[in-house]
Design a protein around this ligand. Sequence first.
Ligand code: PGA
Length: 255
Amino acid sequence: MNKELRKAVIAGNWKMNKTPLETAELINELKPLVKDADCDVVVCVPYVDLQTALYCAENTNIKVAAQNCHWETSGAYTGEISTTMLKEMGVEYVVTGHSERRTYFGDTDITVQKRTRAALDAGMTVILCIGEYLEQREQNITFEVVSMQTKIALEGVKEEELDRVIIAYEPVWAIGTGKTATAEQANEVNKFIRELIAELYSPEAADKFVVQYGGSMNAQNAEELLAQPDVDGGLIGGASLKVADFATIVKAASK
Ligand code: PGA
């Protein structure tokens, strides 16, 4: 498989952190540190920070993502945000299926599929999160889980749309726990996902397809993880809130 065919994507998932004022501060500090990055740099910010993030990131190489979206374009869905709204603001990226959405807010494989479809229909790029719980890894069903999540989420997605899909493999047991998957564990599942893309679409599509790793990636372990042949970047939570650490990870991905 050809890593040269893929540009790494480093995305910071801020989760429910940072106010609009803090957003401006963080992005303004980040800008000069990542301006020469040889990878794509994305910040996934809370809805209320999107406008500020877009404003601060204008004319830079930093891209802005929402952390979720609804599947309908409008309607009686109190508290939800549609891709039409995001697009009109100028948001080009959106995260779907994050394990925190699945665990705490009732997202299922089917709703993740619908959100992913809506984002693609709106012309956005999706960072689709998948990954197993600790119990599933211990039962040796990681590949089954990851395969099912991928197949359901990508149902109906055409090969020509795949350049707007990034999969973030995030073992749930590694998220926010400080317990990173080893570089080998991360690569093993990322490779499996790429092979699945080859099977569902084509080997050419798989060669170009970006598969990130996420789960306690930080300034210390990023280099080793990102050096793996099938790890094409990272979705970074905690460490993305510290400008210097995030910039270090971006640097590691630019090698
Ligand atoms: P973490 O979060 O880096 O804090 O483990 C990753 C994520 O949830 O995307």
